[in-house]
Design a protein around this ligand. Structure first.
Ligand SMILES: *[C@@H]1O[C@H](CO)[C@@H](O)[C@H](O)[C@H]1NC(C)=O
Ligand SMILES: *[C@@H]1O[C@H](CO)[C@@H](O)[C@H](O)[C@H]1NC(C)=O
Ligand SMILES: *[C@@H]1O[C@H](CO)[C@@H](O)[C@H](O)[C@H]1NC(C)=O
Ligand SMILES: *[C@@H]1O[C@H](CO)[C@@H](O)[C@H](O)[C@H]1NC(C)=O
Length: 328
């Protein structure tokens, strides 16, 4: 190489070193795939994920994440090299612009689920503090909007409503997601990642009936597929409206389908011992009413609800790498 290109490269390297760019922030909205500790720790009706064995691989104790370790928002943040985010419920010492904020609460619906406030109330909370960040911080930040499908699981398993009647709910949920994203854009955020639903019929909550041996196509065809088609269509519309921003779909349907087949199949690592128990349930006298596999990160699914292991999330984010460019 001649001297001139060498000098140019050196000059470029020095310029980069002289002007270090601060890591972009991340703001997280949604339910359990995003939550890093906001869900109520003292809700005795739903002890998990603040109970063993959640968090057993990392940090070694239950820490409010629905996994054996890190969850989607953590793994995606690491892949995008964003600054760390803190749970809004754990924020102490005020907002100082060096960390992002996580508003996600496990169990939250886009409209309503399990008695939790809807995701739009997380956006209310964000709007109350958005002015603590500069417009540049907001414009360069990544907003992750992730629902695990809680509206639908609540409809099917708690309200016990018929799956044949679920279509209007997918339409209304889709509309609300768009309305939520528009409010975030109007608050100054510009980079959006919106998750699709995974193949609902392959989630442990739907495969338990078959001892985790086969996907229940009825659940994928009637829930995830119409939901994702709606989100796809709505996001296309928003791309036009968000002319000065970027919005990408994180296709959890394809990523879960591929990752679960290469990493331990449909059977979750941690399962309740009988029909009345779940991962994290305890029987009379405090005896564990669940069984955990010896090597959680050899499995894709962690619990018998719908939550992947940390290794599962890592495999999912690896699948998504090719679409992350606009978020960087
Ligand atoms: C900013 O706030 C976060 C979370 O409260 C805290 O961990 C961090 O130390 C603070 N940094 C500065 C420079 O004040
Ligand atoms: C499990 O199977 C029973 C009997 O076929 C059915 O009534 C029930 O809806 C199924 N549950 C789920 C969650 O698919
Ligand atoms: C699949 O889900 C549908 C709707 O919940 C249910 O009626 C059916 O029994 C399930 N099939 C199996 C094999 O669990
Ligand atoms: C687009 O965003 C950039 C960076 O935030 C800003 O400088 C520019 O003025 C914006 N353009 C429009 C048309 O809003």
């Amino acid at each position: 190489m001649s001297a001139l290109p060498c000098l140019l490269l050196l000059a470029l390297a020095l310029a980069n070193a002289a002007a270090p760019t601060r890591a972009a922030l991340m703001f997280v909205f949604g339910s359990s795939y995003g939550d890093i500790g906001n869900v109520n720790q003292h809700d005795s009706a739903r002890p998990y994920p603040w109970t063993v064995p959640y968090g057993e691989t990392w940090p070694g104790v239950p820490a409010g994440r629905y996994s054996n370790g890190h969850v989607l928002s953590d793994v995606l943040g690491a892949a995008l090299k964003t600054a760390p985010s803190v749970s809004i419920s754990k924020l102490s010492g005020g907002i100082n612009g060096t960390v992002g904020l996580n508003f996600a609460v496990g169990g939250s619906g886009v409209l309503s689920a399990y008695g939790y406030p809807p995701i739009s109330s997380q956006i209310d909370a964000f709007q109350r503090v958005a002015s603590s960040f500069t417009p540049e911080q907001l414009a360069s930040a990544v907003a992750l909007y992730t629902t695990a499908g809680d509206d639908y699981f609540y409809y099917l398993t708690v309200q016990k409503s018929p799956i044949e009647g679920i279509y209007p709910l997918t339409v209304n949920v889709g509309k609300q997601i768009s309305a939520d994203l528009i409010r975030l854009y109007q608050s100054g955020l510009r980079k959006f990642a919106v998750t699709y639903l995974p193949p609902t019929g392959c989630l442990p909550i739907a495969t338990a009936n078959s001892s985790f041996s086969s996907c229940n196509e009825t659940w994928s065809v009637n829930v995830a597929q119409p939901h994702n088609a709606r989100v796809f269509k709505n996001v296309l519309g928003l791309r036009h409206y968000f002319a000065n921003g970027s919005i990408v779909n994180l296709d959890l349907y394809s990523a879960f389908t591929s990752a679960q087949s290469s990493l331990g199949g449909l059977k979750p690592c941690c399962t309740g011992n009988d029909a009345n128990s779940k991962c994290g349930s305890f029987g009379a006298g405090g005896a564990p009413a669940y069984t955990v596999c010896p090597n959680p990160n050899s499995k894709f699914y962690w619990d018998d609800l719908f939550h992947p292991t940390e290794a599962g999330w890592q495999a999912v984010v690896n699948q998504l790498q090719s679409v992350l460019g606009p978020l960087r």
